[in-house]
Ligand binder design. Structure first.
Ligand code: PA5
Length: 425
């Protein structure tokens, strides 16, 4: 299970400290379905639900794709792609020999990015997984039209068999298209919002194609959600939720999530959406930002150390490193590095992390350490369950509905009017 270390935040808390009574109430409201947005709390039981319903079919589809294609093009935006991308980059940053490459499109409107991906895809055999709960989001819809045309040119009458649609069980354009063309379809459950859907087919199909053991992931996630149901202040999700709300009440309005593994970068993007969309409403919310250490210590380090004191810092650490690489021993010490010769890079990284933590706390940045077992399927399950639960608890503590995102519509309304979409005003 995740462990949370609040010792680096202690001196910054209010005198009363984190409000565990409030987080306990939030947990009760969440688990009894009596809070705002209660219709969207299906993610709490999603791993078991998926195991009982679609997991076998997801694995079979992944095998088909892995057996015939060199690439899977995943089309989706926001919650319909960030979790899969985060998981794949964390666990499979370099595709293993023979594994298809997973390419992500439809998460923006850049023609350059699209053309770069098309060049990357080249003439390779590929399948498409189009993911959209609503089925109407413009960015993925445009990309899907483009890739359907490519599939038709490449595979002719067989094009439809290369399309896998993940969408609503009953409604939407994508669902109707899937039904009329006979595309294999997977469901984004009604009671699960996009940003909480990584453990449904939304995340699991791309992950399985990339070679991640999703059965192991799902089993681990079932155990994690069960373990996180504990109702006391030893629950790491309680600790994290209560600590960040306490710090927010003291004026720490920005949370930077950092990690010393560059492969965590897209998990941090997933986390930003999860927390940003869940909490940033009703003129409230902690701004989620992310940093990649140690690289960003040479770009953002100055600001963190000495800029306005509005930052809290949460650092994700993996207790075990996957690899070992000692600093080589040299015979002349011309570069002056002999004092660390023979010491492993991961040991040096741990020392750097301690040094950074001490410096940032001294500089007035509350520090929370979130430690996770390993960069593997169990570790991923720990992170997903922990961050999702803590997010819901933190949102309820601040009095918002953590499961809606009404603000996302504002730009869409303007864009559709400006593009001349029929009926748009
Ligand atoms: O969390 C959410 O609900 C959003 O980020 C959606 O995932 C995103 O807007 C994409 O929506 P859709 O899956 O309907 O295309």
């Amino acid at each position: 299970m995740i462990q949370v270390d609040l010792s680096g935040a202690q001196r910054f808390f209010t005198q009363a400290g984190p409000d565990y009574a409030a987080v306990s109430r939030a947990h009760e409201v969440l688990s009894t379905g009596s809070g705002l947005g209660a219709d969207f709390t299906g993610w709490l039981h999603l791993p078991q639900h998926i195991k009982d319903t679609e997991l076998d079919r997801i694995l079979a589809a992944a095998e088909t794709i892995r057996g015939r294609s060199k690439a899977l093009v995943v089309i989706g935006i926001g919650g319909s792609y960030l979790g899969a991308r985060g998981a794949i980059e964390l666990l499979r940053p370099v595709p293993a020999e023979g594994d298809p490459e997973v390419l992500f499109v439809g998460n923006g409107l850049s023609a350059d990015a699209l053309c770069d991906t098309l060049r990357k895809l080249g003439n390779r055999d590929f399948d498409v997984n189009v993911i959209s709960k609503s089925g109407t989001t413009l960015e993925p819809a445009i990309s899907f039209r483009i890739f359907r045309e490519l599939l038709e040119k490449k595979y002719g009458a067989d094009a439809d068999s290369h399309i896998f649609a993940t969408t609503d069980a009953r409604r939407g354009v994508l669902k109707s298209l899937a039904d009329s063309h006979g595309w294999e379809s997977f469901v984004v459950p009604d009671d699960v919002g996009g940003r909480f859907s990584v453990l449904s087919a939304v995340g699991l199909l791309p992950m399985a194609v990339a070679g991640i053991d999703v059965r192991r992931l799902v089993d681990a996630a079932i155990r994690e959600f069960e373990a996180l149901d504990m109702r006391n202040n030893q629950n790491p999700a309680w600790q994290y939720a209560a600590a960040r709300q306490n710090l927010y009440s003291k004026g720490y309005f920005v949370e930077i999530l950092g990690c010393y593994e560059p492969s965590f970068r897209f998990m941090a993007e997933w986390w930003k959406q999860l927390y940003g969309e869940s909490e940033g409403k009703d003129n409230k919310g902690i701004l989620p930002a992310s940093v990649e250490f140690t690289a960003d210590l040479h770009s953002m380090g100055q600001f963190i150390q000495q800029g306005p004191r509005i930052l809290m810092e949460s650092i994700v650490r993996f207790r075990k490193s996957r690899s070992a690489y000692p600093v080589p021993v040299s015979d002349n010490n011309a570069d002056g590095l002999d004092y660390i010769a023979g010491r492993d890079l991961s040991e040096i990284c741990n020392v750097a992390a301690e040094a950074v933590r001490e410096a940032h706390i001294d500089g007035g940045v509350p520090n929370i350490v979130i430690s996770c077992s390993e960069r593997d399927e169990e570790g991923l399950a720990e992170l997903v369950a922990f961050f999702e639960l803590a997010c819901a608890l933190s949102g309820y503590m601040s009095g918002v509905n953590p499961f809606d995102q009404p603000g996302v519509e504002a730009y869409k309304k303007n864009m559709f009017r400006m593009l001349g979409k029929p009926g748009a005003v």
